[in-house]
Design a protein around this ligand. Sequence first.
Ligand SMILES: NC(=O)c1ccc[n+]([C@@H]2O[C@H](COP(=O)([O-])OP(=O)(O)OC[C@H]3O[C@@H](n4cnc5c(N)ncnc54)[C@H](OP(=O)(O)O)[C@@H]3O)[C@@H](O)[C@H]2O)c1
Length: 270
Amino acid sequence: MENERPTTVLLTGASSGIGLEIARLLTARGCEVWGASRDTARLPQLPHFHPVCMDLAADASIRESFAQAQRDAGGFDVLINNAGSAVFGPTATVPAELAREQFQLLLHGPLELIRLAVPAMRQRGHGVIINITSLAGSFAVPYMAAYSAAKAALSAYSRCLRLELAESPVRVVDVQPADINTPFHAATRRFAPDEDRARQEAVWEVQRREMAAAPPPSCVAETVWRVMNSPNPPPVVTVGSFYQAKIGPFMARVLPMRWLERLMRRFFGI
Ligand SMILES: NC(=O)c1ccc[n+]([C@@H]2O[C@H](COP(=O)([O-])OP(=O)(O)OC[C@H]3O[C@@H](n4cnc5c(N)ncnc54)[C@H](OP(=O)(O)O)[C@@H]3O)[C@@H](O)[C@H]2O)c1
């Protein structure tokens, strides 16, 4: 971006995994990053990094923290909606409250930040919104229905925003990671009733194994850097292993749904 002053960034989920790598890379490359966590003690101590306490489960916390960070920063050039975690369990059994919590964290929280950020970006004459969604939005993961659905919903919102803001100075990009090696799996809340135990176990184990062997979060940070500095970024960017991030989406475009379903069942061993 062609600013005289350093680029200001608001980043959620800066305490771990992908967000932590984004914070490291962006501060090292001259950005001022306001990075959020529910507990500022978990945030890194880096030059050009400004800790923000924000709980995406609570709209009041989002609004208060945003207002304070925006005053502090004098406005944001880039908003990165990255924070997230998953609930794992049978779709017909997981309590509705847990599914609602997923939608608050992965959809309504990010949307509240977008509502707060866009008017100021339009006034300033530039802005980039990067939503870190997931390939799970296209390849719904069994026993992670609320997670997959909320990510798909944020992808759809991103596409609408792009159309609506096409004549404005605000750019919107949907970054869809494949499996990435972070503490995400360890942080996943598992709701495991007795039914279907063997099938759940199989999927859980495949997820654990795939994430352990996946590329590091620095590849997502590099993608974010590229996208935020592109004068004309694409609507969707996938990132991860070649097989998951490139071959997978290609197969989803060309194969009939039933074939894809068969491949997914084979992949997860169910
Ligand atoms: N890892 C993967 O394979 C993968 C693949 C596709 C997409 N993604 C997406 O990438 C994003 C980052 O995931 P990650 O792999 O880096 O996971 P991670 O290492 O577990 O980090 C998750 C981050 O989200 C924050 N967070 C969780 N709940 C929050 C809440 N209620 N309010 C505010 N912040 C909250 C955490 O902060 P605190 O706990 O400190 O508050 C933490 O910084 C997520 O949106 C995830 O869905 C990950």
